[in-house]
Design a protein around this ligand. Structure first.
Ligand SMILES: *[C@@H]1O[C@H](CO)[C@@H](O)[C@H](O)[C@H]1NC(C)=O
Ligand SMILES: *[C@@H]1O[C@H](CO)[C@@H](O)[C@H](O)[C@H]1NC(C)=O
Ligand SMILES: *[C@@H]1O[C@H](CO)[C@@H](O)[C@H](O)[C@H]1NC(C)=O
Ligand SMILES: *[C@@H]1O[C@H](CO)[C@@H](O)[C@H](O)[C@H]1NC(C)=O
Ligand SMILES: *[C@@H]1O[C@H](CO)[C@@H](O)[C@H](O)[C@H]1NC(C)=O
Ligand SMILES: *[C@@H]1O[C@H](CO)[C@@H](O)[C@H](O)[C@H]1NC(C)=O
Length: 451
């Protein structure tokens, strides 16, 4: 059964135009960094380069490669074809093509200002840079121990027919890397100003139109390949503003097996819940705008407090993550400061099973913020109160009288009558720094946010 796709077009995320990889963010390149110059030429290639390691690609190990003028690294054989096939390659070569097109350097001696350069590297800085890209794209590989890279840079190169003074130029880089078992390709695009050589029906001055450059990977078996969907299209000119890792001009692929693997899809953004309009005397937090909170100063026993919350469709607040367990106590401290108490009630107790704390609304008791390890104690009649100054939780006699905070979902827009009217506290800061999750400033108490 043939499970390999004939042509797997990869979705390309289009980002801001003009965003590119800066040259300074390329792997260091040039003869001053140990590169060799590829000799000037038209449709030419390096000599066969024997590798220090065996490089896995498309399910095969390779002990040598060729660097080709026409924007590709090949295995098994060099490439002299100048117009990309835009179809599976029938030849004996396997190829990694950051920009397969008719690059031409025939009439220019290689210089730091325009050249194709390459090096095999086991340099730690190169390996670390490669690892950073791999881990960003494939978080599962955070422990990968890369041992080898090969870096090829096409710097400021023009198209067939080479005119040394022509200023329409492309600059891009391909790095391949492996730990001996898994291998990856990293493509960087800085400046892409042309897509097509004249012999591929490109415009003789602009280098566009005709059969445009092809980007991707081909097993050279007439069948297995993976190409970016901008390949062979005019839009490949915009490749330096596209990415498959959300960094304009950067593409990363895992390439060792028969199936070329694109980066894992990033987790979907947090689903924004419908924003509730909280009734007067209550607020909401940006972390979850489907919940409203009200602050009640009437010193009450635990059950009385819970019943007061229930009277308008709420319950005592449950602090189920670090964010709310910082945020709610800090607000409560501001609002209850004048009461000369140290704690307020939340929704937890261990009245039913003396060994187990629970939220009265039945939700899982996972997050905790105990000052001490309370689960070692054996006391009955325990309810949970939160320290106003520090936010610590502590078991407290349920008969104690404390202020409390309610949470509710705004249904029916019932107004929590006994809650503090927030406007009565003009010294409340409009902006409170979030210590927990988002590390951003949130404007929470101004009227605009509170409806
Ligand atoms: C490639 O080399 C690796 C590591 O030496 C080896 O485990 C693997 O079996 C080889 N693959 C093939 C197709 O020969
Ligand atoms: C690229 O090459 C052109 C033509 O030789 C030259 O005018 C230009 O200065 C070069 N650009 C860089 C950044 O070296
Ligand atoms: C495509 O690759 C798979 C896996 O390596 C291989 O089994 C299959 O024969 C290849 N297809 C062709 C036409 O060579
Ligand atoms: C390249 O991107 C620019 C800006 O989005 C767009 O106007 C232009 O049409 C694109 N070029 C091609 C050939 O797709
Ligand atoms: C917001 O809070 C409600 C009630 O606790 C909960 O059902 C919902 O999953 C929360 N939404 C998010 C995005 O956390
Ligand atoms: C708290 O005490 C319980 C029961 O002795 C124990 O299982 C748990 O590991 C302790 N937790 C911490 C954080 O010390």
């Amino acid at each position: 059964m043939q499970k390999y796709l004939l042509l797997l077009n990869l979705a390309v995320i289009v980002l801001t135009v003009n965003a590119v990889v800066e040259i300074t963010d390329f792997f260091p390149f040039g003869v001053s960094h140990g590169d060799q110059y590829l000799e000037s030429g038209d449709d030419t290639s390096s000599a066969k380069q024997n590798l220090l390691i065996s490089f896995p690609f498309f399910g095969y190990n390779h002990s040598s490669l060729w660097v080709n003028v026409n924007g590709a690294i090949s295995f098994n054989a060099p490439i002299n074809r100048y117009t990309p096939t835009c179809a599976p390659v029938h030849h004996e070569y396997r190829m990694i093509s950051p920009f397969w097109a008719d690059v031409d350097t025939e009439f220019e001696d290689p210089t730091p200002g325009s050249s194709i350069t390459y090096r095999e590297s086991t340099d730690l800085a190169d390996l670390q840079k490669a690892k950073n890209e791999i881990v960003h794209a494939f978080p599962d590989f955070s422990h990968i121990d890369l041992t080898w890279t090969y870096i090829v840079t096409w710097y400021n190169v023009t198209f067939f027919r080479d005119i040394p003074t022509r200023t329409i130029r492309n600059t891009f880089q391909a790095a391949i890397t492996t730990d001996g078992r898994h291998s990856f390709a990293i493509f960087y695009y800085n400046k892409i100003q042309w897509t097509t050589g004249t012999a591929s029906n490109g415009h003789h001055e602009k280098g566009t139109g005709g059969t445009s450059a092809q980007i991707g990977f081909d097993a050279g078996d007439s069948h297995n390949r993976t190409m970016l969907d901008v390949s062979c299209k005019d839009s490949v000119i915009n490749i330096s503003s596209m990415s498959n890792v959300e960094k304009p001009g950067v593409f990363v692929f895992r390439i060792d097996s028969a199936e070329i693997i694109k980066p894992y899809t990033l987790p979907p953004p947090v689903i924004v819940q419908e924003k509730l309009e909280c009734p007067p005397n209550s607020i909401q937090l940006r972390i979850n705008e489907s919940v409203c909170y009200s602050f009640h100063p009437a010193l009450s026993q635990f059950v009385i407090a819970e019943r007061e919350c229930n009277s308008f469709g709420a319950s005592l607040v449950s602090l189920k993550n670090k964010y709310t367990s910082v945020y709610i106590p800090q607000l409560a401290n501001l609002l209850f400061k004048h009461l000369e108490v140290e704690q307020f009630w939340i929704n937890a107790h261990r009245l039913i099973d003396e060994n187990t704390f629970e939220w009265t609304n039945g939700e899982d008791f996972v997050f905790t913020n105990w000052k001490n390890n309370r689960s070692e104690e054996k006391v009955i009649n325990e309810c949970v109160a939160v320290n106003l100054e520090k936010g610590f939780w502590k078991t407290e006699d349920c008969f104690a009288r404390l202020p409390f905070v309610c949470e509710f979902y705004g249904e029916g827009k019932k107004v929590p009558q006994t809650a503090l009217v927030l406007e009565e506290f003009p010294d409340l800061p409009n902006y409170i720094y979030e210590t927990g999750v988002h590390q951003t400033f949130m404007k929470i108490l101004d009227k605009g946010d509170r409806q």
